[in-house]
Design a protein. Sequence first.
Length: 423
Amino acid sequence: MATISPFPGAKGTETTPVANRPVAPQSDVQPRAPRDPRLDFYRGIAMFIILCAHIPGNRWTGWIPARFGFSDATEIFVFCSGMASAIAFGGTFGRQGWLMGSARVLFRCWQVFWAHIGLFVFIATTMAALDLYGSFDKSYIASLNLRPFFENPVPQLVGLMTLSYVPNYFDILPMYLVVLALMPLMMGLERIGIWAVASASVGIWLLANPYMIGLGPNGLSLSAEPWSSREWFFNPFGWQLLFFTGFAFMKGWLPAPPVSRVLIVVAATYLVLLAPFGSWKVFLWVEAWSPDLADLIRPTWKQTAEWREKTDFGLLRFGHFLSLAYLGWVIAGEGGRRLIASGQSTVARVWAVLLSLITKVGQQSLAVFVFSMALARLLGFAMDLTDRSILTTAFFNLTGFGLIIGCAYIAAWFKSHPWKTKR
């Protein structure tokens, strides 16, 4: 059986004909390629990090990847979503044509849109209930900057449904939806040539980051609220570059990079040397160790703000994530063989269980993401009722981990359509 790599294109299963066996008529429907364990593993890791990052006042957020460099779990989610889309949607475009492939993408956009609306309504209702029936020192509605919605709901409700009102905390799914909507364009350009796809993706990214070509600071973006100039926190026209990079690797448009000691050293050096520029936490460590070195770094920190910007997905963030992705790919090994523990030792058995749980979470990433965003606010509320000690924080984080694992298994159970199975 051919092995799927997260970088080369997905390949079908090779079979050997058996003598004297009737040959079945060929069908246009190809067998579905097996899932790549590396894809689900790293996407599962991202889900756990995203939960930690969205629990208000969580001590553990001090140790997520975003505190040590430019990129964070959002990059993992978007890149892996691009790879997964190449498997899920790319095959439909190849088998059934552009029109049916676009229809399937449109249906997925429909699902993501209502997941976004449902998430907003649930969290807004929950925050309103806490303010209405609780007697707390703070307003939970204000903690998410939802006062404009409750004070003037008519225009904001219209904005919510048209994605012209996208409050912070509710901005990842709209970005993902718009990026998905660009897929039919890219698949149409593929008929011209891969160079056309690359030119379109890079061109759209440059329009979102005009400073790269000397056109000023204001680029292509979408408005997040009608009463200000604030744009979507995750600009889809910038982030689509990362999505289609993952898509291109899995589709086979980009070749797999070689496993090279030189590339490993270059990637690791890039991550280490740029850590003080990409993370305030690391910068403070450098400042405590050498104030003179910190004085040299501080001007560069300010000058590179656009290059490491998160909203429009700056170039330094792109390079930072590609370095992390390359090292993660090398560490996992071909076909993810290094992720799979061998032997019967206690460590191997524990790791096998952990790998299974993480992979399951990665396989159900959309359901887990929506659930975790709602769960994070509830965990934050529960932590507000405690002293937020180290043990209490650990308890709520681990409880959250257990709940999103349970969500993944429940989502997988429903997707299996158990009611169709004969008793």
